[in-house]
Design a protein around this ligand. Structure first.
Ligand code: PLP
Ligand code: LYS
Length: 444
């Protein structure tokens, strides 16, 4: 397993993260346990901020909180000077409760409810990334009711097609997100918004996909956005101050992944912005981005306790852990690959290839298909790396399995930032109607 961030092997042959012995963390906090390397999260935030500072452009780096949204993470994003992208009232509530400055929060989503819009307006949100015509009208009406003006970016689908880069999957025409550039609806959206009394047009937004390694897709998006901005200025006399290029910067889950350093993504984007906007004699706008995975992904490690072992001679060997698809749905959902090791026997040589299975009642509940490991024993601690993004965020209570705790580790200190769910948490929203109570049944 590749050792990310502050991870090392200590003289007991144990994996350590943030100066904490992972085997001891497992004992202290129980498993499954999400361990987040705080120094690595902060390092990634700083890499973005420094690369943008070096570009000389005005910018905002908005952490895409969908990747991992808990109050402690909002505090780190705030301390590091990032903005925040939220996509639901739940993420907004988390950020506000964490004291995140509301003017640096951006609200996304293709189907924001009236209640969500009102909550964001009441809070005084920094901007809405408007996705469609229904939202545009609704936003204007609700803002009028409240006597407020509201800043917006238009989310456009730039038509950067999947056939050029298979992984670029949200920027194409057939997408549930945004106003299409090619069919004229993006231009129509700007025309409509210009006539709406409460709407302040700040700029434009494009997000082309996730876990992207090359810079070409981003450059193509910038080229399209710059051309569109120039057309809008000519046709409608509207100048965009902000161009938001979304997230999608890839990370290394396994040796098959080949991400670039953050600074190279940022430089490619800022260079493209300078080049294409200057070509159109357009004032170079502020650049915003929305990285999620690349801020928190490789900072996360999940610790599990190995339970059962099953050898099907000549076919497969399974080790089962005390979590699985409920804390990491990504292998089952996308076929995602991960690396792992025995945290308590880090120096033991690999002896066999196993499939790591979860404990959910579902054949597809597998975390890793072909892991080289020493012969694992019941009670060993399995560490799966790169689980910081879209793991806790997408965790479920399937089979009424309780969601794990999350700890932040740094300089030998471990702090719980999310408590493990209790049995009572599992039933907290359950209601037994009076007619189904045991007493009522006894009477009938
Ligand atoms: C609009 C938008 N912004 C930002 C992100 C964050 O993407 P990533 O975690 O790949 O950086 C996403 C998710 O893909 C998204 O849909
Ligand atoms: N949840 C996805 C990414 C979706 C990005 C959100 N637009 C993942 O785990 O990789």
């Amino acid at each position: 397993m590749h050792l990310h961030g502050t991870s090392t092997i200590n003289d007991k042959g144990h994996l350590t993260i943030g100066g904490c012995d992972a085997t001891e963390l497992a004992q202290q906090f129980g498993t499954p346990l999400y361990v987040m390397d705080e120094a690595l999260i902060r390092q990634r935030c700083r890499e973005y901020m420094e690369a943008f500072r070096a570009s000389g452009l005005q910018f905002q780096v908005a952490y895409a909180s969908k990747a991992f949204c808990v109050m402690a993470m909002c505090r780190i994003a705030d301390e590091e000077g990032l903005s925040l992208d939220v996509v639901s009232d739940g993420e907004l509530y988390t950020a506000l409760k964490a004291g995140f400055p509301v003017e640096r929060i951006h609200f996304h989503g293709n189907n924001k409810t009236p209640q969500e819009i009102e909550m964001a307006l009441d809070a005084g949100i920094g901007c809405f990334v408007v996705d469609n015509f229904v939202e545009l009208q609704l936003l204007n009406e609700l803002a009028k009711d409240k006597g407020k003006k509201v800043n917006i970016l238009f989310r456009i689908t730039p038509g950067v097609e999947a056939h050029t880069h298979e992984f670029i999957s949200t920027g194409q025409t057939d997408s549930k997100f945004g106003f299409d550039l090619g069919n004229g609806s993006a231009m129509e959206a700007v025309r409509t918004a210009k006539a709406l009394s409460q709407i302040e047009i700040l700029g434009i937004h494009s997000h082309i996909g996730s876990q992207i390694f090359e810079v070409e897709g981003f450059k193509m998006a910038v080229e399209k956005v710059a051309g569109f901005a120039a057309d809008v200025r000519n046709e409608l006399d509207v100048t965009f101050q902000v161009v938001n290029l979304g997230g999608g910067f890839g990370i290394r889950y396994t040796g098959e992944d080949t991400p670039l350093p953050v600074s190279q993504y940022v430089q490619a984007i800022t260079d493209a912005v300078k080049e294409y906007f200057t070509q159109h004699q357009y004032p170079v706008p502020q650049i915003w981005v929305e990285p999620g995975r690349s801020i928190v992904g490789d900072a996360g490690t999940t610790l599990y306790t190995v339970g059962t072992y099953k050898d099907i001679p000549g076919v497969n060997k399974y080790i089962a852990v005390d979590g699985g698809m409920t804390d990491n749905i990504r292998p089952a959902l996308y076929g995602s690959k991960y690396e792992a090791m025995l945290a308590n026997r880090a120096n033991d040589p690999a002896e066999e290839t196993v499939t790591v299975a979860g404990k959910a009642c579902e054949s597809g509940d597998k975390l890793i298909w072909d892991l080289e490991l020493p012969r694992a024993n019941t009670g060993d601690i399995l560490a799966v790396s790169c689980t910081g993004a879209y793991n806790y965020a997408m965790a479920s209570n399937y089979n009424r399995i309780r969601r794990p705790a999350v700890v932040f580790v740094k300089d030998g200190q471990a702090d719980v930032v999310v408590e493990r769910e209790s049995h009572d948490d599992i039933i907290v929203n359950d209601v037994i109607p009076a007619r189904l109570s045991k007493e009522a049944l006894a009477k009938s």
